[in-house]
Ligand binder design. Structure first.
Ligand SMILES: Cc1cc2nc3c(=O)[nH]c(=O)nc-3n(C[C@H](O)[C@H](O)[C@H](O)COP(=O)(O)OP(=O)(O)OC[C@H]3O[C@@H](n4cnc5c(N)ncnc54)[C@H](O)[C@@H]3O)c2cc1C
Length: 316
């Protein structure tokens, strides 16, 4: 077991936080806040293996939380939590390309991922385009990929990118396993959400292209709505089409009806407009305090059309 540090006595910090469920994953609770005092944190433990981290987490589910970069934990930690499990000792940092694709350690920061050479040209560089729009450079220097996947904010740009890139989430919950991204976000953990140890991106042809659109009130705002499209250009048409929309205000989801309308077809401005209107019709858009349903359908149409136009190499 790594070193243990006391946390109390560092002065009180009072933060406004959202009520969260056991695993801090919440949807539709935006705006419901209560005051939490960080001084309840008494220790930080630093395991060196996933099974050590998992035993610490499951031994006291109410009193412990995994700590990645901590940028979310400082905002959304239930008052029952007294111990943080620092994951930086697990050695799961870094991005490597191999013959099956790209492996990303869960403790890799968003900045490290943004600057990693295997990502620069992957699917036309879409992950670079997405990460440049996530929070601010200072937050990206600290926030981890594992934390972004575990937190899964409904407006997450990182989750959206993982969906259109057919990522696999590598987890440990007593045993290591790999979960397809859509299944990972569709299933809510019964008790304790698994430890995320890594993300895998499958090998893609060099003709793969991707595009991303994010709508927000300001350049650094979280998405009112975001969307992304990825496809492989093959013999004058496109294949393996992925179209996903997030912040609807639900967590990002793929739109199979829109994908099917484009699969195997040549991509043109006219086709892009047609598929975009299908996307606007089938997206699970709803109203919340940030935007109306009809506005989100309009944003979906504009966003998907722009993304597909860029895939077609035309001005959006
Ligand atoms: C001000 C602000 C602005 C933001 N803007 C954007 C944005 O524009 N776009 C966007 O996509 N996202 C945005 N985010 C979300 C941000 O990407 C995530 O909050 C961040 O990536 C969380 O990473 P972290 O390492 O700091 O997680 P922590 O704060 O360390 O942890 C977050 C949660 O995940 C759990 N956790 C952490 N690591 C793991 C792991 N390896 N396995 C299992 N559970 C784990 C923790 O226990 C905790 O419940 C923003 C967040 C903030 C605070």
């Amino acid at each position: 077991m790594g070193n243990t540090r006391g946390f109390g006595g560092r002065g009180r910090r009072t933060l406004v936080s959202a009520l969260g469920d056991r695993n801090n994953r919440r949807e539709g609770l935006e705006g419901v806040v209560r005051v939490v005092e960080l001084h309840q944190i008494q220790s930080i433990v630093r395991p060196t293996t996933p099974s050590e981290a998992w035993s610490l987490r499951t031994a006291q589910p109410e009193a412990t939380r995994f700590l990645g970069g901590g940028i979310d934990l400082v905002l959304y930690t239930p008052g029952t939590v007294t111990t943080l499990i620092d994951l930086s000792g697990l050695g799961r940092q870094g991005v490597t390309a191999d013959r099956d694709g790209v492996a990303i350690g869960a403790e890799t920061t968003l900045s490290e991922l943004l600057e990693a050479s295997p990502i620069a040209s992957y699917a036309g560089g879409i992950l670079v385009e997405v990460l440049r729009h996530v929070a601010s450079p200072l937050q990206r220097n600290v926030a981890t990929v594992g934390g972004a996947a575990a937190r899964a904010h409904p407006w997450s740009d990182v989750v959206l990118a993982m969906l259109v890139l057919d990522a696999e989430i590598e987890v440990f919950d007593g045993a290591s396993r790999s979960v397809p991204v859509a299944e990972f976000f569709a299933t809510q953990a019964k008790n304790v959400a698994p430890l995320i140890t890594g993300i895998r991106l499958p090998k893609r042809p060099s003709t793969a292209r991707g595009a991303f659109e994010k709508f927000g009130r300001t350049g650094s705002d979280v998405a009112l709505l975001n969307c992304a499209c990825v496809a492989d250009a093959v013999d004058g048409g496109v294949r393996n089409v992925r179209i996903a929309v997030g912040g609807t205000p639900s967590l990002a989801r793929r739109l199979p009806e829109a994908e099917a309308a484009l699969e195997g077809e040549p991509l043109s401005t006219a086709r892009a407009a047609e598929v975009a209107s299908i996307a606007a019709r089938v997206v699970d858009a709803r109203e919340d305090r940030r935007a109306s349903e009809s506005y989100r359908r309009t944003l979906t149409e504009v966003g998907v059309r722009r993304c597909l136009a860029r895939l077609a190499g035309e001005d959006a």
